[in-house]
Design a protein around this ligand. Sequence first.
Ligand code: C2O
Ligand code: CU
Ligand code: CU
Length: 565
Amino acid sequence: MAVHWKRILGGVAMACAAHCSAQHALSIPDTLSGTAISLTVHTDSVAFFAGPLTPTFGINSQKYLGPTLLLNKGDSVALTVNNHMGDTTTMHWHGLHVAPRNDGGPYSMIMDGESWTPKFVVRNRASTYWYHPHMMMKTAEQAIKGAAGLIIIRDAEEAALPLPRRYGLDDFPIIVQSVELDSQNRFMPKGMVDSVVLVNGTDSPYVTMPAQVVRMRLLNASGERTFNFGFTANHTFNLIGNDNGLLPAPIATTRIRLSPGERAELLLNLGGMEGQTIYLMSYASELPMGIQGGPTMPMPPGSPLMNSPLNGLDFNILQINVGGPTAAPLTTVPATLVTDTPYAASSANATRTIHMTADSMMVMDGPFYFNRNLFDMNRIDYRIPLNNVEIWTLMDSTMVAHPFHIHDCHFYILDRNGNPPDTVERGRKDVVLIQPGETVRIIMKFEDFADTTTPYMYHCHILMHEDDGMMGQFLVGDYGQGVQTVNRTDEVALFPNPANRQLNLKLNRPGAWADVQIATIIGGSVYSGHVDGATAINVSQWPRGVYMVTLTTATGSTVKRLLID
Ligand code: C2O
Ligand code: CU
Ligand code: CU
């Protein structure tokens, strides 16, 4: 049975059955269009629930989230981002193919009270993109508190298709976020008990949609949760677009699974349903264990609440009341959409492998590594020759699924464990969910923008994983042909981790050396030394907590996280 969870109070979940009415009219974000766009991100507060107001970030006149940017392919757009957040931030245009200095990654910091003015030509195809901060270690906090919004790109090809495109009338932005709030109604950006589901910042939302074919642009803007979207009673809908563009033809389906960062455009035929109610739902009971939001391991009775009660349940997200049709309604789903030719695997001139690991197979909450490294601003992971077409093999050896995202380019999924991707995963993507034990190959082209000083990012889009270092960076430049990278192996073993008495460091190659610096998370140095072969460090007097270990070897430096307990 579908339930609509309200929220958790003192660990007790209050739910109401599927037919209980949603309470708040869905907010539809304002729009901003044109070639000069100004966003002012500010602190604000919202009365989501009775009791204290929830501190938020709002953009322009909105108290939470920001306006939807309507951009046209080919336009040269000048943006201004004014930071009134009381903290340093950045603003990233997720999915947009722009030069690194305009991309809003961790290097493009905007100090509080200052502005940033990127300028770029819109090159992407018509689709649904989004913007959010990318501040080192603070993406989760800033995005979940509301410093994010949708971007809709339009182009001539899309404009020629018989599709709904009247924003808020037959074309609906649907930003879905699951969040956790504490007893003071404050967001808990890294909370795993994310039992409140907001749509466009509205809790318990309802919306009226006309009795005709409507378009919905779904964005999963959550920090960690994957949604298995569908409608009441397995109502069929048509998927028309993935992250980075429309599909060649609509795909009739009953489910679309979106992990954090992913988008989907769909057509829902509400023709003849005037007066009826249908819900957008998540059929989370069908998600496998290991995907955040799917069923969790049973905990012994009396254990503290570690997981959201939404996990593994089918629940309603948005109540849709079907009203009368609009003038000139769309009543049928077009048979074909756009032409799009995926890159052929045979056109690739380089391959790379990203292996996702944790300190042990039991780790649920990180840190998680790419090729055994945490993000290090001082390390360029890949130098990619401009115009390379590359196949990246993504392997997950942890017990949780990771949505992999890359900046700069869109990609196509070549295969999952050697099998072609499901039809709904075809087309242009910029986020792909890798499940535990899976090997997924993607193909992409690094074109147009070369910059050998400012890197692009790739990372897990579970925001706490990203903030904790599950991220890497690459430069695109004139590097000649093929792969130009040192394949890092794990040269230095650090164990046990967590440690409480003795920490061992061992070099895995004979004759290797390492300089070791260990610092507390706020930067105070507690150890520094040079290791040849192996060494043991007495840590019994070190305060419990997280430490950062910087290991510098002949091939570069890596940062690892150490827990003293
Ligand atoms: Cu949604 Cu690196 O971004
Ligand atoms: Cu991005
Ligand atoms: Cu992850």
